[in-house]
Ligand binder design. Sequence first.
Ligand code: CMP
Length: 139
Amino acid sequence: MATNRTFTMLKPDAVEKGHIGAILEKINASGFRIVAMKLTQMTTADAKEFYAIHKERPFFGELVEYMTRGPIVAAILEKENAVEDFRTLIGATNPAEAAEGTIRKLYAASIGENAVHGSDSDENAAIEGAFHFSGRDMF
Ligand code: CMP
């Protein structure tokens, strides 16, 4: 299988609680190579654009407020079967349903504040990675 890439964000709740190191340790231990990474803060316009697919959902306003309230860690990760394997590593969107040992089971507080993002397809991984990084910041 070809090596491919996914995109992640360690969300404001994970950064606020001091979980950056522990989550990156799990990502590395699971065989992902870090292609690009930065600590950054999304503007309201950034969050509205990034989550445009959810704009009709009742939680959209809450989601934009949450994702802009503090810094995030954005990263592009590489591994065979990266998108699917990363979604397995992070666990279900709702931490109450996430499997034991997954990042969301360990570090997420609720379905809204769920600690970490993982792209849901190769196509979205490319779009989301390009949203945060230009080619010169990818290694
Ligand atoms: P994620 O799947 O990474 O991207 C969409 C985000 O919307 C999701 O994580 C949650 O942070 C948020 N979200 C999804 N469902 C709900 C919900 N029912 N209530 C509040 N926030 C939600």
